[in-house]
Design a protein around this ligand. Structure first.
Ligand SMILES: [Fe+2]
Length: 183
């Protein structure tokens, strides 16, 4: 039987290195969850720009996951996942929205973009904090790997924020055209 203390995410954290490894494991879980969620979103998305944005970020996220594995290696550890409840919650919110908005493609895509924007902000905040931790430990190679991830998240965040007004406008125009139908 697995001892509670042996399960990832249940060991006591008593120093900065343990805190860092724990947070990397949570991030590793989050990135894996977000990757799967984006692959699902991509299948539901018919908007060309949004689809290519997602496809691009899926490739980046695959690289980010490899970077995090490299971080574990550098610390002499096996990659491990610790449940990221924040990621699971954001994905669950997104799935509920997709179900509720499934009859209106434009609203669906607008909602997906809003959800993705939240994800990118969360990731940016997490990577900034991890970079501080790696700097403090003097782990320059890890700092570089995490900076690469942060840069991609910042760019993805910016691109999705820039696309949202257009998606909103398109949803509004589609609504205008359908205004008689809901009566
Ligand atoms: Fe991301």
């Amino acid at each position: 039987m697995v001892q509670v203390s042996e399960r990832p995410g249940t060991a006591k954290i008593t120093n900065l290195q343990q805190k860092f490894v724990y947070e990397i494991a949570v991030m590793y879980d989050a990135e894996n969850r977000f990757l799967e969620a984006m692959q699902m979103m991509c299948q539901c998305c018919q908007h060309n720009q949004m689809k290519s944005l997602l496809e691009n970020h899926i490739r980046e996220t695959e690289q980010q996951i490899r970077n995090l594995e490299q971080v574990f290696n550098t610390l002499g550890q096996q990659p491990k996942r610790v449940n990221c409840d924040a990621a699971a919650g954001l994905i669950s919110d997104g799935q509920r929205f997709m179900l509720l908005a499934s009859d209106n493609q434009k609203i669906l895509e607008l909602g997906l973009a809003g959800g993705q924007a939240k994800v990118e902000q969360l990731e940016c905040t997490c990577y900034r904090s991890l970079i501080k931790g790696a700097e403090q430990m003097g782990q320059n190679q890890i700092v570089q790997l995490l900076q690469q991830n942060l840069q991609q998240e910042e760019q993805a965040s910016q691109k999705i924020e820039q696309l949202m007004p257009q998606l909103l406008q398109e949803a509004k125009s589609a609504e205008g055209g359908n205004s008689g139908r809901s009566r």
